[in-house]
Ligand binder design. Sequence first.
Ligand code: BES
Ligand code: ZN
Ligand code: ZN
Length: 500
Amino acid sequence: MQIKFQPSTQPNQLQGTTILPVVQLPEGQQPAGLATLATLCDTTTDVLAQRFTAATQEIFPVVRPHGLLLLVGLGSKPDFASTLKTCQQLAAKHDKFLHSELTLQWLPSAAPDNLSLHTEAVVNGLVQGCHNPGVYKTRNDRQHPILQADTTLTIVSDPAQETALLDAAHQGRIIGETQLRIMALVDAPANFKTPAHLAQYATHAGQTYGFNVQVMNKEALEANGMHALLAVGQGSVVPPAMLVMEYKGKANGNGLPTIGLVGKGVTFDTGGISIKPSANMHYMKSDMGGAAAVLGTIEAAAKLQLPVHLVGIVPTTENCIDALAVKPGDVISSYSGKSIEVIDTDAEGRLILADGLSYVIRNYHPQVVIDLATLTGASVRTFGYLAAALFSNDDQLAHHLAAAGQQTGERVWPLPLWDEYGDDMKSDVADIKNFSGKPVAGAISAAKFLEFFIDQHPSWAHLDIAGVAFGDMPYGKGKTASGYGVRLLIQFLKGGVIVH
Ligand code: BES
Ligand code: ZN
Ligand code: ZN
């Protein structure tokens, strides 16, 4: 898709499909700019007002001699997240209205404030809404009109806004395209998506977009003492790996804050010997949603040339069942040297993150460490599908992540790390155990386990994204990837990371 700008002009001369977003006025009042809209639609204000209220996600197509006009409702309080969602739905559900010649028309009387913000949201939403989970169908010849190489999107607005709107559209497109790539990865079945496949994906992305990638294979994991990751991987025929990615913004990273990102990369979670029930087990191909968020964030940061130094760590493995698999009660070691009693082999994510966290902290000394993981069913029971659980030992970091979540719609909400919760993780036989054995506070006790491996780092945050990485989306009947995390973390990084 190419993006162009055209100073405001008579919209009815435009060809193809014109997207015209409209803000809804308070209860009982007609949509903004109704008289102008009615003229454009060749109708009266009364007729239009009866058919189109500009509620969020409301789409009103009008056929005109040279093309289609799509009035798109933004609701009465449009923000980045609502506009993004509206345009995501538009691309996903109404592709028949879309065309290789697209116009985004900002009509002053109907448009929201902050056109840059909304332009970015429109473009991001349109691109992200093109996700196609059906790539494994033998007849998959459908290409979304928005993704076709010769598609142009012309933004029509006040000429004074040209640079700002083109920049915003560019950023929306870059993030949307990155989200599409990681959504395809999360939706990929586990027989395609092995740890080696993730390693290949990262290596290729690093070469293409300009960041360094090193893959620690099984031998290297053994040489480095990644015992917890190896223990989870030992029950699978495909070997585990650890991906180490590094992106340095301008000046080769000198003087830039170092941010460590760690993502859970379990390519399939059977539960291991503590096997999961079979209903919905197929969704456990998405247990690498944290890894996808880290891969996508580094890729987008590199494409946008953000002034940060990022270190992305992805411990990746299957959690399978086999004669060699780790057993409940086994005691294993870890990269930190601490011993772990494995009470439940289904609490595998925290084991591999323990190695990832200790590794990034010891070897890169990041000022801030953030991990993302589809870690517990308990976080889903707490927040449903609306927010990630946020744990942090740094109030300022938590505040910045929460603000980025609010801004982007990728919400996070805090839960406590009180010491008493850690008592439940004490083991009689090892330094710590991986499951409290209690049916309560599961997301918190998992976070307390991780905290044990951060070496007293003063600025760490853990995001339990089990409820938000994968879910009911407009792309199909079953659950699919959401792309969660990329937008949140890019927003966080752009906000300027406060290091203290
Ligand atoms: N991958 C799961 C968590 C999960 C559950 C992700 C639902 C997405 C949706 C994780 O490895 C797991 O199995 N956690 C257990 C931990 C328990 C055994 C302590 C859980 O939450 O039940
Ligand atoms: Zn598990
Ligand atoms: Zn898991």
